[in-house]
Design a protein around this ligand. Structure first.
Ligand code: NCD
Length: 296
């Protein structure tokens, strides 16, 4: 493995290897020292969990961390991103963790011949891919349910603009999870083969083992969204959440929009902070694999 760009580049076996390695980090039975590795984080979109857990992972691996801040960088003096990365390469950066609003940019960067010594890790690209989130969700689900066969998972919210939904669907399909998507017609997006689509909450929640809620990604939506009607028909409440369902959310949560705030006090919702915690181990596993492959 040279880069981590997209779930579609990983086999089920590689996903299980990442799971095992993350679990060893969590149990403290694997320790890694990457004292000669230099990892830069480049976030061009807002982030709390993803950025902080990548930083924590870099620190726990004893690698060196460099936070590239776009606002104070020479990008503001007119330098382009390609030259910027060329210079990071020259300085000695070995891996770049990048979040960007462009769906394809990170793949283009990773395919450039002159960056061949650098590993790129996708920390969220546009609306299409967020592989480390899907891997940490997989870790959280597998750790709890042990096996993924016979699981029914309902993703509810703004599926159309969610890279989290795209990557989770790509990953969970590989493990034969029964996936349902629930959203109003205008937030369903392009339909994916093998996924059930619903506009009715009752049907979509019926006998679901996991409910994964998503935020309405206002920053990516031009047209008017009727929030009142969304709340009325799709908000997760104490009344409609299946009794034993595992409630997941990648964060950030817009309380009282996608989930009623009292639901967050319920046992079912404890998973949400477990997802954040597990993100550190999963990101440690990914960085450890990529840095080791570079001999660092
Ligand atoms: C998500 C993202 O950035 O795609 N957040 C995250 O990484 N945990 C989801 C979102 O912003 O709604």
């Amino acid at each position: 493995m040279k880069h981590l760009l997209d779930i579609n580049n990983l086999t089920a076996e590689e996903i299980n290897q990442i799971y095992t390695r993350a679990s060893e980090f969590e149990k403290g039975i694997r320790k890694s020292n990457h004292l000669n590795a230099h990892v830069a984080t480049m976030f061009f979109e807002n982030s709390t969990r993803t950025k902080m857990s990548f930083e924590m992972a870099i620190n726990k691996l004893n690698a060196n961390k460099y936070d590239f801040c776009a606002d104070t960088s020479s990008l503001n003096k007119g330098e382009d991103l390609y030259d910027t990365i060329n210079n990071l390469c020259a300085i000695g950066i070995n891996a770049i963790v990048m979040r960007h609003s462009d769906n394809n940019l990170i793949k283009e960067l990773a395919s450039k011949k002159y960056y061949q010594d650098i590993s790129f890790i996708n920390a969220g690209s546009g609306t299409n891919s967020h592989p480390t989130q899907a891997l940490l969700d997989f870790y959280t689900i597998k750790k709890h349910f042990l096996t993924l066969s016979n699981i029914t998972l309902t993703i509810v919210g703004d599926i159309a603009h969610s890279r989290v939904a795209m990557s989770n669907i790509a990953l969970l399909k590989k493990f034969n999870v029964k996936i349902r998507c629930l959203a109003p017609e205008n937030l369903i997006g392009e339909k994916i083969e093998g996924v059930e689509y619903h506009t009715n909450l009752k049907e979509a929640f019926n006998e679901a083992d996991i409910i994964m809620a998503l935020r309405i990604q206002k920053e990516r939506i031009q047209e008017h969204i009727d929030i009142e009607s969304y709340i009325k028909n799709y908000q997760i409440t104490k009344d409609n959440l299946p009794y034993a369902a595992f409630l997941m959310h990648p964060g950030p949560i817009n309380k009282n929009i996608e989930i009623a705030s009292d639901v967050l006090e319920m046992q079912n919702a404890r998973t949400i902070l477990h997802q954040a915690k597990n993100g550190v181990f999963v990101r440690m596993a990914i960085l450890d694999m990529l840095l080791s492959a570079q001999g660092l």
